[in-house]
Design a protein around this ligand. Structure first.
Ligand SMILES: Nc1ncnc2c1ncn2[C@@H]1O[C@H](COP(=O)(O)OP(=O)(O)OP(=O)(O)O)[C@@H](O)[C@H]1O
Ligand SMILES: [Mg+2]
Length: 281
């Protein structure tokens, strides 16, 4: 049997390595996406110009000898020019929208992964939480709506990669709790994420409308490997890692409130500048 804290550390290291890989991949994707975007952009402008030219040619058709005009009209009809004129610009626009979304996902991934952080840095926590929620979207989108209420925050001096990981783990749990609750119905739940300042701390509140946490489970939530989920869906490390990330690494606190049949709320409290707090202490 391996020692649970050793195992948690090993897991955290694995996640860090994964973050590095993700960040590298995001960076690699960025370059081709950029030139595909440039190409589509060029195509959009070129199509606009070509369509103008086409219209001019069309109006000049009558100047051709009737046999020639008929031949050109037959070709145009074959190609279904009105359909192309209507749909080509739309297709390019959709392509551009899609690329825009890929670019956003890549940016989120880069923000989220933040590799190689061995010291605390000031960050825009609202932005990094927004990126983390974008990464987590796939986990909750089928069962829950996301509501965010971000208040202005000063730069927070923290190990942001680990806070991102904590937020991700808590949001995935929220999504699972809601999925269990709404299973077999056509209902959806809500995950509400709020940030605000409280004196020298930033507070991040993640509230779900899942089924709540049974009394018997509450005391063991943060234990490494404690899970109520079937194998493959959970390994019981999410909250142990979140606790370590928030409390040990970022000198904050991680607490929760829960009510059966109503939902669960996790609260992260993080010092805005733990180095200043340490100096003052
Ligand atoms: N928002 C929540 N609502 C209801 N129960 C929860 C919630 N968050 C956590 N739990 C309970 O706490 C347990 C431990 O959570 P934790 O995130 O540590 O592990 P896991 O989700 O089971 O697995 P992993 O996160 O490693 O995939 C869960 O199995 C679940 O029973
Ligand atoms: Mg979990």
């Amino acid at each position: 049997m391996s020692d649970p804290s050793h195992e948690a550390l090993r897991q955290a290291q694995k996640i860090e390595a994964l973050g590095r890989v993700a960040s590298g991949v995001a960076h690699e994707i960025n370059t081709p996406v950029q030139f595909v975007r440039d190409s589509v952009n060029f195509a959009q402008e070129a199509v606009r110009d070509l369509l103008d030219v086409l219209r001019a040619y069309e109006s000049a058709l009558d100047l051709l000898p009737p046999a020639e005009a008929a031949r050109v009209r037959a070709i145009a009809e074959d190609a279904d020019i009105p359909y192309i004129v209507e749909n080509l610009p739309l297709a390019l626009e959709r392509g551009m929208d899609g690329l825009q979304r890929v670019a956003e996902i890549v940016r989120s991934l880069k923000d989220f992964a933040h590799p190689d952080q061995d010291e605390r840095k000031p960050v825009d926590l609202n932005r990094s939480i927004a990126s983390t929620l974008a990464i987590a979207r796939n986990e909750y989108k089928l069962v829950a709506d996301l509501v965010t209420n971000f208040h202005d925050l000063p730069p927070v001096v923290c190990f942001v990669g680990e806070l991102n990981q904590a937020v991700l783990n808590i949001v995935v749990n929220a999504a699972h709790a809601i999925a269990d609750r709404v299973a077999g119905t056509d209902q959806r739940g809500t995950i509400a994420v709020t940030t605000r300042i409280d004196d020298q701390h930033v507070v991040v509140i993640i509230k779900d409308t899942g089924g709540g946490i049974p009394e018997s489970v509450r005391a063991r939530m943060f234990e490494p490997f404690f899970t109520t989920k079937e194998a493959g869906r959970g390994t019981g490390q999410g909250l142990a890692i979140a606790k370590m990330a928030v409390c040990e690494r970022n000198k904050g606190t991680l607490t929760f409130e829960t009510e059966m049949g109503v939902g669960t709320t996790f609260v992260l409290r993080i010092p805005i500048d733990p180095t200043a707090a340490e100096l003052a202490a």
